[in-house]
Write a protein that binds this ligand. Structure first.
Ligand SMILES: NC(=O)c1ccc[n+]([C@@H]2O[C@H](COP(=O)([O-])OP(=O)(O)OC[C@H]3O[C@@H](n4cnc5c(N)ncnc54)[C@H](O)[C@@H]3O)[C@@H](O)[C@H]2O)c1
Length: 249
């Protein structure tokens, strides 16, 4: 990639679901994509399926809840692609445990995967993003982080609210380096993550969506692609809701 004007994007948690849709969208636009996920085999298969389309992609096995794993990830991506322009912090886990049943271990795990990871991915990518001509960070928060959630466990809700605060702070502190930092907040979206809810719970969520359907991963990917594009160069510190009208304000 050295000497070319091509961009390189990292999408965490992109072996499937929203992350995969983001990776696919960016790759289709000529951006080289690093697929980073904890499930090694699925990660390599996802990258291969993008390569089969003739796009540039490579899979990297990584646990975003561990800062060393993120540091190694950035080094591996630099070895493979020579630059990092766009970091998309998408990896996440959901729980729906009621308040009395949440254990300390569950709380810590949700926070580590969903929130700690965002800070340390930014920290580890920063030296490379500073060298990019058009550096971008896009964090995937959630409707739950915006308004408390309906069916989500509170560690999830707090982690997604934390991503919003981090997005504001990062946007301010990284602006001097020309790095824009924004968040996309999906509402209920058709992926495996919502399998922790039963049919009645999903139906009650759907009933709250004025546009009368669940979101598709591609709807979130389109928002992310816009924020990653040159057209969005002056937007930073924005929360972009992609929720069919489920919440706004
Ligand atoms: N689907 C929804 O309704 C919805 C709504 C709001 C926000 N989100 C957010 O969107 C993001 C993507 O979720 P999704 O719906 O595609 O779910 P998903 O379960 O399909 O995908 C999540 C991905 O993250 C990966 N992952 C989990 N732990 C990891 C770790 N420690 N290290 C690296 N990768 C890890 C998983 O392997 C998986 O590929 C999450 O942050 C989620 O909170 C989803």
């Amino acid at each position: 990639m050295n000497g070319s004007t091509k961009k390189v994007a990292i999408v965490t948690g992109s072996a499937q679901g929203i992350g995969y849709a983001i990776a696919k969208k960016l790759a289709s636009q000529g951006i080289a994509v690093a697929i980073a996920d904890i499930h090694a085999e699925k990660t390599y298969a996802a990258a291969e399926s993008l390569c089969k389309e003739g796009w540039a992609a490579k899979g990297f096995s990584c646990d975003v809840s561990k800062s060393e794993s993120l540091e190694t990830l950035m080094e591996q991506i630099m070895d493979a692609f020579g630059q990092i322009d766009i970091l998309i912090n998408n990896a996440g886990i959901l729980h729906s445990t009621p308040i009395p049943d949440v254990t300390e271990a569950e709380w810590d795990q949700v926070m580590a995967v969903n929130l700690k990871s965002v800070f340390f991915a930014c920290q580890k990518a920063l030296p490379y993003l500073k060298k990019s001509l058009n550096p971008r960070i896009i964090n995937i928060s959630s409707l739950a982080g915006r308004m408390g959630g309906y069916e989500t466990g509170l560690a999830y809700t707090a982690s997604k609210g934390g991503i919003i605060s981090l997005t504001y702070g990062l946007a301010r502190q990284l602006a001097p380096f020309g790095i824009t930092v924004n968040a996309v907040c999906p509402g209920t979206t058709e992926t495996d993550i919502i399998k922790c809810w039963d049919e009645a719970q999903v139906a009650s969520l759907k009933a709250r969506i004025p546009l009368n359907r669940l979101g598709k991963p591609e709807n979130v990917a389109s928002a992310v692609a816009y924020l990653a594009s040159d057209e969005a160069e002056f937007i930073t510190g924005l929360l972009m809701d992609v929720n069919g009208g489920m919440y706004f304000g």
